[in-house]
Write a protein that binds this ligand. Structure first.
Ligand SMILES: Cc1cc2nc3c(=O)[nH]c(=O)nc-3n(C[C@H](O)[C@H](O)[C@H](O)COP(=O)(O)O)c2cc1C
Length: 249
């Protein structure tokens, strides 16, 4: 697949401009994606790097209204899972490897990591491609709240996992930029360097301001960490992986 194929019908913004403009979009107009847009985005995903070229990802486009409603309910009632013009589920897929070689040892935890990394890379190619042609979207990790039910709804076989969803469409909002950790706390040279307590406190202040302005919320990054990791983190995931024949050793 080359860009020439879509060049006459799609205009794509430059890469860095697209990346720096990123905001998660959770409100969409009713305008559907065209077949060409959808295909161009999938082709972008298909072009992504893949660990050992194992291509251990499968994307399910969910168009059935009842399935969309059921997935929305199990994903923390997020309305846009039901209403976005497109909703796709990115799955780890080792069913095809077991078809190619029935004794394939896909039950190692490393295989699950490989699949999850590949799915993330493929999905981000899709999201960037979508954003570069004027669309917007958001990942839906909350799908894993009901990981087993999601797998049932999507008729997933053994050796597959519904990893996260993605809503896509034409943006009907212009969210504020969500301030990231400072660059010099994300990158270090030759050895790990932990963010300093003062820098963390400053960042908490920046995020507290952001949350207050954006949604009148009394929240900062450290408190978000407590909300996310101050309790068991989706304990249903590991037994589900085992049930699917994955992450057993
Ligand atoms: C794997 C993954 C799962 C996510 N799951 C959800 C989700 O279930 N619901 C949601 O509204 N946003 C979800 N997000 C979006 C993040 O909240 C968002 O990217 C982050 O807060 C930064 O905001 P920004 O993307 O607007 O810059 C997810 C993001 C990623 C990467």
């Amino acid at each position: 697949m080359t860009y020439d194929h879509y060049h006459s019908t799609l205009t794509s913004a430059p890469t860095l401009e697209t990346i720096y403009q990123h905001r998660s979009i959770r409100r969409f107009t009713d305008e559907p994606l065209t077949d060409t847009e959808r295909e161009a985005i999938w082709q972008a995903g298909r072009a992504a790097s893949s660990s050992s070229f194992m291509q251990s990802v499968h994307i399910i486009r969910v168009t059935d209204a009842d399935k969309r409603t059921a997935l929305s309910e199990l994903a923390a009632q997020q309305k846009y899972v039901r209403t976005a013009p497109e909703f796709w589920v990115f799955c780890i897929d080792y069913a095809k490897h077991r078809l190619a070689y029935p004794e394939a040892q896909v039950d190692w935890t490393e295989a699950t990591l490989i699949g999850a990394v590949d799915a993330g890379i493929m999905a981000q190619n899709c999201l960037l491609a979508a954003e570069s042609i004027g669309l917007g979207g958001v990942y839906i990790g909350a799908l894993r709240n009901g990981i087993e039910e999601a797998a049932k709804i999507l008729a997933l076989p053994e050796y597959t996992v519904p990893l996260f969803g993605m809503c896509l469409g034409h943006p009907d909002q212009q969210p504020l930029y969500r301030p990231r950790l400072p660059l010099n706390t994300l990158v270090s040279e030759n050895r790990y360097r932990l963010i300093e307590a003062d820098t963390l406190a400053q960042y908490n202040q920046i995020l507290a301001d952001y949350y207050r302005v954006r949604s009148n919320l009394d929240l900062d990054w450290s408190r978000a960490v407590i909300d996310n990791f101050g309790k068991p983190v989706r304990p249903q995931v590991l037994p589900f992986l085992h049930k699917q024949g994955l992450a057993k050793r």
